[in-house]
Ligand binder design. Structure first.
Ligand SMILES: [Zn+2]
Length: 100
């Protein structure tokens, strides 16, 4: 006679690790400006907030790629904008925003 199949209880560590992943992902999205010692050229771009029309200057982190988009809360009116950023090979950059 063979013993009955062993049924494993759900692994609590699995849920925990998913929750942790989600938390760190959210924290990463909320992270805003980070200063780097970029010496070659001061890299900034500006976009116009879609909600209030203010011009917002943002630092460019060129290590994140030539085409970037991220959500940033407007520092003036606190509405979220989806900010798009294009970095040209010559180092100039364009940024624009659209409502989330
Ligand atoms: Zn605004």
């Amino acid at each position: 006679m063979s013993p009955p199949l062993l049924v494993l209880p759900p692994d609590p560590a699995c849920n925990t690790s998913h929750a942790t992943d989600h938390l760190s992902y959210t924290a990463g999205m909320a992270k805003k400006r980070r200063r780097r010692r970029v010496r070659e050229m001061p890299q900034e771009a500006s976009y116009v907030c879609d909600a209030c029309g203010e011009e917002i200057v943002i630092p460019i982190d060129s290590t994140q790629g030539a085409e970037q988009s991220f959500v940033e809360d407007c520092p003036v009116c606190c509405r979220p904008n989806i900010v798009h950023l294009d970095i040209e090979p010559d180092g100039s950059a364009r940024a624009w925003a659209e409502p989330e």
